[in-house]
Design a protein around this ligand. Structure first.
Ligand code: CA
Length: 259
């Protein structure tokens, strides 16, 4: 693999013959690395009421991964019949963050450290792709997962113009990792995040760590749905090194077969 920056067709002139290796795993953060979604759902629903907007916890889960401003605008459209102004978006997002920051710190997701360790043992790049723009959580990555994340391999809410479900965050993650879509795997937990990974053309593994039914994740385009991050860790551990050198054209079907 020498031609990292070329497009996929040029990269694989003889697709049937050329062996390629999986190179990067792109991890979402909330609901994947941290068990933070109950806090986010609570903070959204409580902050919104101060502004005459209503958001149920279930809706928070369904909108998980969207940028704060995108989420606020959906509610503004519904309750006010117009877009929220930039000033309103900032004020509401600040209120959400204030509620969130008063809650007890979310713990690392059980199995997340094991999954990261398994991925690192396979010598794959680890990329963070999150819609979150909360510095507190990003700093906590180093505390709970020391040495796994590097700033140049992170895409956050500060970087992107379009949040999930737009493919931009994952496309940006691929670019940072200098990796074509066919040689990467996304680990997500939410429907919009799965949609984003799928739209970026990446094999998307969903860990269903929240309350939504598996089918919502499959309908969003998940190539594989596993029940939790422990199962994700086990899945990565079970991939034999040889499986990482497979024919790119059948990456999706082969990986699905190894479950
Ligand atoms: Ca998530």
């Amino acid at each position: 693999m020498s031609n990292a920056q070329t497009n996929q067709p040029d990269l694989l002139p003889n697709r049937e013959k050329q062996e390629v290796g999986l190179r990067a795993v792109l991890f979402d953060m909330d609901g994947v690395l941290f068990d933070s979604m109950p806090n986010h759902a609570y903070a959204w629903s409580h902050a919104m009421t101060q502004f005459g907007l209503e958001m149920t916890a279930e809706e928070a889960y369904l909108n998980e991964g969207r940028t704060g401003s995108g989420t606020i605008n959906i509610l503004a459209q519904r309750f006010w019949g117009r877009d929220a102004t930039e000033e309103e978006k900032q004020r509401i997002y600040r209120a959400k963050c204030e509620v969130f920051n008063r809650l007890p710190e979310a713990k690392p997701m059980p199995g997340a450290l094991e999954a990261l360790t398994a991925v690192r043992e396979k010598r794959l790049s680890i990329v963070l792709v999150t819609g979150s723009a909360q510095a507190s959580l990003l700093e906590r990555l180093e505390t709970h997962f020391p040495g796994f994340f590097r700033e140049e391999l992170m895409v956050t809410g500060f970087d992107v113009k379009h949040g999930k479900p737009h493919p931009e965050p994952y496309l940006m993650g691929l670019e940072k990792a200098n990796c074509p879509a066919s040689l990467a795997i996304v680990v997500e937990n939410a429907p919009l995040g799965v949609e984003a990974g799928h739209a970026a053309g990446i094999f998307t593994l969903a860990a269903n760590t929240g309350p939504l039914p598996d089918q919502i994740l499959r309908d969003a385009g998940a190539d594989l749905v596993l029940p939790d991050m422990q199962a994700v860790a086990k899945w990565f551990r079970s991939i034999a090194p040889a499986v990482l050198f497979i024919f790119a054209f059948s990456l999706g079907s082969l990986l699905t077969a190894f479950t």
